[in-house]
Design a protein around this ligand. Sequence first.
Ligand SMILES: Cc1cc2nc3c(=O)[nH]c(=O)nc-3n(C[C@H](O)[C@H](O)[C@H](O)COP(=O)(O)OP(=O)(O)OC[C@H]3O[C@@H](n4cnc5c(N)ncnc54)[C@H](O)[C@@H]3O)c2cc1C
Length: 563
Amino acid sequence: MHHPTSTPRPSIYYPYHVHAPWLPSAHPVQNRHRVVVVGAGPAGMVTALELARYGVPSVVLNAELQVSQGSRAIVFTRRSMEILQQVGVADRVSAHGLPWRFGNSYYRGQHVFRMEAPHSPHDRFYPMINLQQQYLEEYLIDACEANPLIELRWGNKAGTVQQLDRGVQLEVDTPEGPYTLTTDWLVAADGGRSGLRSAMDLQMEGASYEGFFVIADIKIDLPLPTERLAYFDPDWNRGNTILMHREPHGIWRVDYQLPPGETPEAALQPESLKQRIDAQLAMIGFAGLPWEMDWCSVYSARTLTLPDFVQGNVIFTGDAAHLLPIFGVRGANTAFQDAQSLGWHLAFVVNGWAGPVLLANHSAERVGAAREIIHEAGKSTRFMAPPTRGFRLLRDAVLSLSLTQDFVRPLYHWRTSRPHEYTHSVLNSPGDDNLLFTNGPAKGAPPTNARLGPDDFLLDHLGGGFNLLYFTQASPLPQEVLQVVNQTSARGVPVRVIAVGSGHPVEGADTTLTDAQGSCRERYGATSSGAAYLLRPDQHVCARWLTLDATRLKNALHAALPQ
Ligand SMILES: Cc1cc2nc3c(=O)[nH]c(=O)nc-3n(C[C@H](O)[C@H](O)[C@H](O)COP(=O)(O)OP(=O)(O)OC[C@H]3O[C@@H](n4cnc5c(N)ncnc54)[C@H](O)[C@@H]3O)c2cc1C
């Protein structure tokens, strides 16, 4: 019998809501499901919301009765916000989060680098926004609960899993005992300690780093702007690193590295926490300012991934599929990209719009993304917490040189999470004009946003499914092109035509965007009328043409929908 705690988690600012458990006796038996998602974290819920956009119902199991404890992922990137916009929760994150774009690095008390993340009037969202993970989970839960295609089952813990010929059987434990679920597809979004990954005996590839960071959320009234603060080798913690981030509700997150050999248990003793946080506050000029601890934990960096996310009819996603260092905000931000990708790939297979081979593409693309992140995050991790004497010597040389040499300072710029570009995806159309463009997102890249009005941006208009951006000042969509679009739609595949650049509705387009300033045309390098971009359901470019014609569009859709 599974008994999740029904006592609200302690917090001085976040009121944890305990949900009622879903009990099998109160519901009619349903023989078989199309998709069951194990885990209601960021990855599981975004997957379910994405599936629902394509009409695919899912059951989402959560072992717990409440959202996760502590701030955990606190920084969400612009790309995450664009993904969250698609599933309807970006407005709430914007309304409650703290946007920012500057970071400051200090070495031995001296300010050595100021990072500035690019932000243009064409971006709806800031490069980064800070919000505690509990809030984000709460907004996603509300979106899931409001969606008739998603059934959220609180207090339901997934246990043993058995692959069937075509599907999966799962044992689920609840507060009134176990029951069995059968499903065509099982999404394992059960987090870093994935029980499903262990049950299936899957090995991850990569490395684990020695060395621990204490992560602490404190309530304090610090008169500092929302900017990232990084302190290398400060007097009170020689040889180590400290990070500080402002969060909403008067909370600051302080991450500090422990000296080698110190155990997590010792580091989490109240006296140790107090002494170190007092020392940090004193160092930044706020000695004696009152503060209160909300939550603390210990973290160590790992760079691990499964080599294949699709295992029969079980698909791993988010932290269950890979474990990435938090430096460079790569946890939840990567989970959103995984989930967005999985949502459309799986929905298209479930709906019969493409063959199961599409899932192999999902795995190849997202394993590729995880490997790229591991490569990049490994560099950040080795800089933040050098794993060997050699790395430390090198890092310290950079740090001390930076006191006098300007050219070294940009090395402090840690590589923040960015969307992976699917440059070599098999879904990309081989016969397009990608290389002839002088501007705009290349094949495989995520889309570029463009301001169309005071509160109107290109990405606001993209819907689920394929989007064909057709640049034209007046001409209707060519009849043969429209025919290809209609034939694809007739198969059920969602395709929308968005005409860009005309002051009047364009015949054959679902939407016409005026683009009065020509910014969209310019940002997409669409110099000639008749240029076009085909965006996949996750908005990445899979083909672009200087002049669109029906045959090339047909070929591109064929490539993107492998049977
Ligand atoms: C202490 C800590 C600090 C972190 N700090 C940062 C940070 O600063 N920046 C950053 O980017 N990321 C950070 N992360 C990582 C970030 O929280 C994760 O990357 C993110 O939550 C991944 O989302 P997920 O949905 O894959 O997994 P999770 O959020 O872990 O969600 C897993 C879900 O599965 C459920 N579950 C587990 N087992 C079962 C089961 N058997 N049956 C049913 N349900 C189950 C859990 O209850 C949970 O709802 C931190 C993580 C931790 C633990």
